[in-house]
Design a protein around this ligand. Structure first.
Ligand code: IPE
Ligand code: IPE
Ligand code: MG
Length: 233
């Protein structure tokens, strides 16, 4: 791949299409989620190997509770496995990756909450690379939660920075580039406040078929974009 001179500092993935990928193959949706989790691990490693510092991925939305319980349980079992693997293999620690989450964790299974607290404590000192996993996350919930935090702090006359500092992404820069797989052209409640000036990229590829090569193509597209932020050039 040719040198990418303009890499995003923060990339976000809306990992969509697991279910359709499996259905097309005549398999239950869970196979798509399983393959999707493997792809996530590969893509995250690849992003960090390129030198992208912040990677956010949308694993479960505040709306995904509307799915059948069996599917919800399976997605959380994959997340549990993913976090446990990071804990057991010391993968995050060895690679000095800080693991963060965003979303209301109080609603997710208690044992997964414990694994998350452990990995967050173990990796909080690292600052080279940050993996931010969105679980029970909604952009609207993020803003509502931030408002309630500011009210509790007794803040009045709040400004944009105050809100940014109260979001789940506190301390992280806004995403520069958001990729959504599987063909739908919408954000589905992902980082609504933070994505005000994100460059968006949509591909028809289902998430389980996404690959470093496809990511390179997206990054080449990103590198060509003229980010104006309201200015003339
Ligand atoms: C994305 O794939 C994964 C989650 C939302 C957890 P989907 O499960 O939404 O797959 P499709 O969109 O039904 O194909
Ligand atoms: C968005 O995908 C949520 C995640 C990728 C976790 P959905 O499949 O839930 O989005 P909609 O329902 O098509 O908008
Ligand atoms: Mg979907």
């Amino acid at each position: 791949m040719r040198k990418l001179d303009k890499l995003p500092t923060h990339i976000g993935f809306i990992m969509d299409g697991n279910g359709r990928w499996a259905t097309r193959r005549g398999m239950p949706r869970k196979f798509g989620h399983k393959k999707g989790a493997d792809v996530l691990e590969k893509i995250v490693d690849y992003c960090f190997s390129l030198g992208i510092k912040y990677v956010s991925c949308f694993a479960f939305s505040t709306e995904n509770w509307k799915r059948p319980k069996e599917e919800v349980d399976y997605i959380f079992s994959l997340l549990r496995e993913y976090i446990k693997n990071q804990n057991n293999k010391n993968k995050a620690k060895d690679n000095k990756i800080k693991i963060r989450t965003m979303g209301d964790l109080t609603k997710i299974p208690a044992d997964l909450q414990e694994e998350i607290i452990k990995i967050q404590q173990d990796t909080c000192k690292y600052d080279d690379f940050v993996l931010n996993i969105a679980m029970n996350y909604g952009g609207r919930d993020d803003v509502v939660n931030a408002c309630n935090t500011l009210i509790k702090e007794g803040k009045t006359n709040i400004n944009e920075q105050d809100i940014s500092n109260a979001l789940y992404t506190k301390g992280m820069p806004d995403p520069d580039f958001i990729i959504r797989t599987a063909g739908d052209v919408r954000l589905s409640n992902f980082m609504l406040y933070q994505s005000a000036y994100a460059e968006l990229y949509f591909t028809k590829t289902y998430w389980p078929d996404f690959s470093p090569k496809k990511l390179n193509k997206a990054l080449q597209n990103y590198a060509k974009r003229n980010r104006k932020f309201g200015k003339v050039n």
